[in-house]
Ligand binder design. Structure first.
Ligand code: GLA
Length: 385
């Protein structure tokens, strides 16, 4: 296997295990996971591979085929500090740090070779993929007794505290818990979840990458989260609630005067209506009403565009162009927004036409190409050999 050869070339030895963690696409339920709402993501068959071997000393040596020019990045287990020069390697480093700080014994360092086929920074959770992969490797290699849900939370903590993105739990959860051909309905308030079969009959899921450059660290992601927290605080003056996700849209509208600020009202409105749409969408999918599912996807995008304001010309162009193609059932931005990807459900007989016409319109209006992926739904993190 290529990965083994790569590992051998860089570290001059053979790996003792090979692991995989997927990327994820969220079908609906966007910007609800830090508002105690519902999300509906699934794991992809694309993701991150890792080949690993324990060391006898305290050194951690990391290499990624995707960032070859950065070379081997190394540090010792007693210097787990964020280092800008370590770039991508801060993700695995952050995970190791939260494990150590949570009292898990990592007695030795390791050599770890990564190779991923998720486009980086495209909103398909390449970062959660590398985090969960690293955490799972630590668990297996050092036989740590850590439940999957705890592992998920530790990875989220690494993202929040070490990387500095105040993300919710959706990405790490989907990457760890995904199942083939199923999406996960997760209530981020209670962390109760269940799987729903993705039965699209004669349709496929297409992910389209805007290829717009962005970094979540400098995006407005944390700002949106803070706005929702502020709206919640204002509602709590009168209402006994812990999260926006506990409200129906009717209750929110009746109480919106408590929030006062029209911008904050719009943010809360998105969080609450998106939460409702997610439950309706799962119901539609389970009763094989794909048309209805598609309509809810468009409505989700509109809410993210108008109320939450996280789309932008690139994502809007893709969704608009997708909507003009006969055979598109639904389309919306997925992930954090501000660039990244859209997810569309397209009839199989229209896929080629979709890629051609949406691609052409995007290039004409935005000035560079979008990338298209017909994706499959796969398993969460696991050992390969
Ligand atoms: C990013 C975050 C998630 C979630 C989405 C928006 O992917 O990592 O926690 O908030 O944005 O739904």
């Amino acid at each position: 296997m290529e990965l083994k050869a790569g590992f051998g070339k860089i570290f001059q030895e053979n790996p003792e295990g090979i692991y995989f963690a997927p990327g994820r696409v969220n079908l609906i339920g966007e910007h609800t996971d830090y508002n105690g709402g519902n999300v509906f993501p699934c794991a992809l068959t694309i993701g991150t591979y890792g080949a690993v071997k324990k060391r006898r000393d305290q050194m951690v040596r990391l290499f990624s085929e995707n960032f070859e020019h950065k070379g081997v990045i190394q540090f010792s287990l007693d210097e787990l500090v964020y280092d800008r020069r370590h770039d991508w390697a801060n993700y695995p480093k952050g995970v190791i740090k939260v494990f150590v700080e949570s009292g898990f014994r990592i007695p030795y360092g390791l050599d770890l070779y990564y190779s991923g086929n998720i486009p980086n920074g495209a909103g398909l959770s390449s970062s959660a993929s590398i985090e969960v992969l690293t955490a799972f490797i630590l668990k297996e290699l050092f036989q740590l007794s850590v439940e999957t849900i705890e592992l998920v939370k530790l990875c989220q903590k690494a993202e929040n505290e070490f990387i500095g993105v105040n993300s919710g739990i959706m990405d790490q959860f989907a990457v760890a818990m995904g199942q083939k051909d199923k999406a996960i309905l997760l209530d981020t308030n209670s962390l109760k979840y269940r799987y729903a079969d993705i039965r699209l009959k004669d349709a496929s899921i297409i992910v389209t990458n805007t290829n717009k450059k962005r970094g979540l660290q400098d995006s407005k992601y944390n700002e949106r989260r803070a706005e929702c927290e502020e709206a919640l605080r204002r509602l709590q003056k009168k209402l006994d609630i812990n999260a926006l996700g506990e409200l129906t849209s009717k209750e929110l509208i009746e109480n919106k005067h408590l929030i006062e600020d029209p911008v904050l009202i719009k943010r809360a409105l998105h969080a609450v209506t998106e939460n409702e749409r997610t439950l309706l969408a799962v119901k539609a999918l389970e009763s094989e009403n794909i048309r209805e599912f598609g309509k809810l996807m468009y409505a989700s995008h509109e809410s993210l565009r108008d109320d939450y304001e996280v789309t932008g010309a690139e994502l809007d162009t893709l969704v608009e162009a997708a909507g003009k193609v006969d055979g598109t059932i639904g389309s919306r931005m997925t992930g954090a927004g501000f660039g990244g990807c859209t997810v569309s459900i397209v009839r199989n007989d229209a896929v080629e036409h979709f890629i051609e016409t949406v691609g052409k319109e995007y290039r004409n209006r935005i000035g560079y190409d979008a990338d298209f992926y017909v994706v499959s739904i796969g398993e969460g993190v696991h050992r390969i050999e």
